[in-house]
Design a protein around this ligand. Structure first.
Ligand SMILES: Cc1ncc(COP(=O)(O)O)c(C=O)c1O
Length: 404
């Protein structure tokens, strides 16, 4: 029998560059295989050694049962931990499963979280509708203003939660300032780094305790699975694991295999996403049918300077508002022929959505407007297609949007 030890902190490539880690970290070579095989088993042979580890450590990183860990989920956790420079990690069935498990493992009745209304709509719903039902208080502060977070901190504040780049307005959080604030007040800092990816930003190096990803997005890059990962401080990840075993949000081995495969080209895909998005942003800015454009690369963008420090490589996400409000925006979206109307992001395919009827439909209108999601707002996750084809598609659809 060939045995493989799961090894969440895979330090074999610790001294190598990002591109090498992306390809090789975590991979388990069984019987000389170049790639990790798919372990389609729900359970693993119990041995005295595993039983001892289960009793001593609670079973983390021990191949016992696939709701706890599988070979393939361990590989994904190991790769993301290596890319983010984290001590440990756990993989989940979706980004929301990773977010909810992390927050519920950190927070108890009577605790308080400081976050911002600019976060992803699903996380906003978790913060405003679910956590309060468990007696957890949440305060919304301004993601662009760390001092508003400091002002919101109370005696019972335990967690500071932010996103590196917000969805869909692309505000950039000053992660260095937020991490320093968390340390000063003894809080646990958690960041959703989905929009940036570890290729563009590594929050642990800036002082963050935990980093979460929706693996559904750029990490996988192929729009064919849902996944979530949390990496960071070993003592905190241990609690997250415990929560995973109780609430059952484990990732299945086949999905983890696909995710490992997708991640191997992260560094090759990202520069194309970013340069395509920057070029479209530049052209949109000069278009008569467009009111405003959000992209980190634009010198006039409000967060251009902070982005140069926090996410210098940029993002493939782009948003803008079409003149004529939500009706014109919908006409634009429905006239697109290459760019595909669907919620989600981060795949090689360009996807477009109007947040008001998709990712942010749970967010009240006044909160959306306050966050900058104004009438006519459109978000594009720019793929890696030919940029001229993408521009022609946008140009013809804008023409149709104006012919009401
Ligand atoms: C920034 C961000 N975080 C988390 C999530 C949730 O991820 P999932 O859909 O994999 O649960 C999303 C989903 O769109 C997202 O955009």
């Amino acid at each position: 029998m060939t045995t493989c030890q799961s090894r969440v902190m895979d330090d074999r490539f610790a001294d190598k560059e990002f591109a090498t880690k992306v390809v090789w970290s975590g991979t388990i070579n069984v019987e000389g295989s170049a790639t990790t095989p798919i372990f389609t088993t729900s359970t693993y042979q119990l041995t005295d050694e595993k039983y001892r580890r289960w009793v001593e450590t609670g079973g983390q990183h021990t191949l016992l049962y696939s709701r706890y860990s599988s070979v393939n989920s361990e590989v994904v956790s190991a790769k993301v931990a290596a890319l983010e420079g984290a001590e440990d990690g756990e993989t989940f069935a979706s980004g929301m499963s990773a977010i909810s498990s992390t927050l519920l493992s950190l927070l108890s009745q009577g605790d308080h979280v400081v976050t911002s209304a600019d976060i992803y709509g699903g996380t906003y719903g978790l913060m405003t509708s679910e956590l309060p039902r468990y007696g957890i208080e949440v305060t919304m502060a301004d993601i662009r203003d760390p001092s508003s977070f400091e002002a919101a901190i109370k005696e019972n504040t335990k967690v500071l939660y932010v996103e590196t780049i917000t969805n869909p307005v692309l505000k950039v959080c000053d992660l260095e300032a937020m991490a320093a604030l968390s340390k000063k007040h003894g809080l646990i800092s958690v960041v959703d780094n989905t929009f940036a990816t570890p290729w563009a930003c590594r929050p642990i190096s800036m002082g963050f305790d935990l980093v979460i990803h929706s693996g559904t997005k750029f990490l996988n890059g192929h729009t064919d699975l849902t996944a979530g990962i949390v990496v960071g401080r070993k003592d905190l990840i241990k609690g997250v694991f415990h929560f995973k075993t109780r609430f059952g949000g484990a990732a299945d081995p086949m999905m983890c295999y696909l995710l490992e495969r997708g991640m191997k080209t992260l560094h090759a895909r990202m520069p194309i996403h970013v340069s395509n998005a920057a070029e479209l942003a530049r052209r949109l800015e000069g278009h008569d049918s467009i009111e405003s454009v959000n992209h980190l690369s634009l010198p006039g963008f409000a967060d251009h300077e902070v982005a140069r420090r926090i996410v210098p490589k940029g993002t493939g996400m782009l948003s803008f508002s079409v003149r004529g409000g939500d009706e014109a925006a919908l006409r634009f979206v429905r006239a697109l022929e290459v760019i595909f109307e669907a919620t989600s992001l981060g795949g090689v395919e360009s996807l477009v959505e109007c947040p008001f009827n998709t990712s942010h439909s749970f967010v009240p209108e006044e909160v959306r407007y306050e966050a900058g999601i104004v009438p006519g707002f459109v978000r594009i996750s720019v793929g890696i297609e030919d940029v001229e084809d993408l521009w022609s598609d946008i140009d013809q659809a804008l023409l149709k949007a104006n012919q009401s």
